[in-house]
Structures are given as C-alpha cells and as structure tokens.
Design a binder for this molecule. Structure first.
Ligand code: SF4
Ligand code: SF4
Length: 311
C-alpha cells in the first residue's frame, strides 16, 4: 500500500503525541558505499572486542533483508536530553543517554504503539519495530528519512534537537511514493568534536572504537586498558564529542518522564559507588542500561578512575 500525504501526516501527528520529536519516511535501499567503508573499518580492527559487528553485515547494509515484505522505514527520534544537572565536582560520570530507564524498552514501547495505531487507523501492515535491537544502520536510515545528517562525531544530528536523540524505526510493507529531501551536512569546517576527544579515538573520517571511552567502559569485556588511555571521570560512556557540538548548545530537555536521571547518578561520589555491593547495584540499575556492563565491569571502571586519580 502506498501512503498518501494525508496518511503520512496522520502518522506523524500520532508519533508526536506519543512523545517522538521527529518522524520521517523512506523507502529501503542498499547502502553499498557504507558497507565497503565498514568492511575496511572491521579489517583494520577498529571495532576491538565488538565481534558481534562482524556478523550480519549483509542485513546491516540492506535492511530489506530483515523481512521479505519490507519496503519502507518509518524513522522516529526521541529526545533524551535530561533537564536535571549532575552535581559539580569529581563525581563519576555517566553518559546522558543512560541516566534514566533503558531506552530499548521505553522507545520500543512507544514505537510499537505507533505501529498499532497504523494497524488500527491506516491499514493492517506487516512490520516490525526496532530500537538498536537488530543489525540496522539506523543513522543512515534516519538521514534518508530527512531527519538530519551524520556528524563528524559519527552520530545523527538533527537541526532542532542536536544529537541527544534515540533513533527507532518501523520496517514494513508500506510504500512511500517519494523520498524526502535529505538534510545537507552542516558540520562544515567545524572539528570541535575531533579536537575535544581526549583519547584520539575520533579521527577526521573514522572512529577508532578501541580508544573510545564509551567502548572501554561499556563494550570492552577484558579488564586491561592501555595506561595512556584515560577514562576518568567517565564510569559509563562518554559525552564529550556531543557536549562540544555547536548543534547541542541549546538543548531542549526531554519531556519523557522515564528518561529522568536516577538521583544516585546525579550526586554519588566515588566512595558511594564503590560501597555498592552486587545486589544493591542490580537493584538500583535493574531497569537501566548500566546493567549491560554489569557489576564486575563497573567495579573495573571505578578502579580505572581511582588509579588515574591516584586515590
Ligand atoms: S565518546 Fe568520548 S572518547 Fe569516544 S569518540 Fe567521543 S569524545 Fe572520544
Ligand atoms: S562538533 Fe562540529 S564537526 Fe563535530 S559533529 Fe558537531 S558540527 Fe560536526
């Protein structure tokens, strides 16, 4: 079924009602150029221990392989920029996206609500909702849907909401008659993110994940870290290359209550962190992305911070 302009408008209206800040449509295509770049990146070993990236490369760059009937993507963005500020001082820092409830659950629930709306109000569709839950090149789909451009910090940047947004998509058998105008890349000659990256992970045209603080504190499973790579004050993730971006300088705080930061993350010093035992950690972060790293690796991250501080 080909979506009419009126139906697209109706879906967008419902997406905004559900709390999404942008909603675009695009037909599916193969990302051949991106796949070639990605293959080279993998061959260079810049993905480190993230061996899961070596699997499903065909699907990642050809989303129609995720479902025989899939023709298009409805791509949505959800703003997660928290209005609460972390206390000043040397507290261990957590990336903004992980301060509230796990986005996989929160965004997916609302996205499936949108799919249900389409089934009820437009037409029954054969489709699936995805939120960072399958090998899909989501940034590229969002670019194709006219929602922003891929910044030099490797993230999607939306003109109004910057990069502090989650991406979700419904792949389905719906068809769009024409694709939206793609937003030009507005990075221009800016290199603030590259200049600010403390480990040199961010290069002009690629990311060496093995040096990235987000990778080191979240994805890396082994316990050793090259001494020259400093992670402190980050205990989970890193926002530096986003915080410095000119497109993130006037962030609008999220209206999604589930993304309100946990009080502990706003104020706990390192002594409070290290005092947490495993059951306390699991209880405190049972609904949080921090559970992904787990208690033991979080202890490791705290140890790295302490070693770097010499405390
Ligand atoms: S997240 Fe931090 S370490 Fe990773 S590229 Fe950005 S600034 Fe560099
Ligand atoms: S800091 Fe500058 S170069 Fe980096 S993503 Fe933002 S606009 Fe682009």
């Amino acid at each position: 079924m080909i979506l009419s302009a009126k139906q697209i408008e109706k879906i967008q209206k419902e997406a905004y009602r559900l709390g999404f800040v942008a909603c675009g449509f695009t037909s599916l295509r193969k990302f051949d150029k991106e796949k070639t770049r990605f293959d080279k990146w993998l061959q260079s070993g810049f993905h480190g221990e993230m061996t899961f990236l070596e699997r499903n490369a065909e699907k990642r760059f050809n989303p129609s392989l995720l479902g025989e009937s899939f023709r298009s993507a409805i791509v949505v963005l959800m703003n997660y920029y928290p209005k609460e500020k972390t206390e000043a001082g040397k507290i261990p820092k957590v990336s903004k996206y992980a301060m509230g409830k796990d986005y996989h659950t929160v965004v997916k629930e609302k996205l499936c609500g949108l799919q249900q709306f389409i089934n009820d109000e437009i037409s029954p569709i054969s489709g699936r909702c995805f939120v960072d839950s399958a090998p899909i090149y989501e940034t590229r789909l969002a670019v194709d849907a006219g929602l922003g451009w891929k910044g030099k910090n490797t993230l999607l940047i939306n003109k109004k909401y910057g990069s502090f947004v989650f991406i979700g998509e419904i792949l389905s058998d719906l068809e769009v008659s024409e694709n939206p105008t793609v937003e030009p890349n507005h990075c221009g000659s800016c290199t603030r993110c590259i200049d600010a990256c403390p480990t040199g992970a961010l290069q002009p045209d690629f990311l060496d994940a093995t040096k990235c603080i987000s990778y080191l504190t979240i994805e890396k499973k082994s316990y050793e870290k090259p001494d020259k790579l400093k992670t402190q004050p980050w205990v989970y993730g890193c926002d530096i290359c986003q915080d410095v971006c000119p497109w993130n300088q006037k962030p609008e705080p999220t209206t999604i209550a589930e993304f309100s930061p946990k009080q502990f993350l706003l104020s706990a010093g390192i002594s409070e962190w290290v005092k947490l035992n495993e059951p306390e950690f699991k209880n405190l972060f049972s609904d949080s992305p921090l559970l992904r790293t787990g208690f033991k690796r979080m202890q490791r991250n705290l140890k790295w911070i302490k070693n770097e501080r010499g405390s």
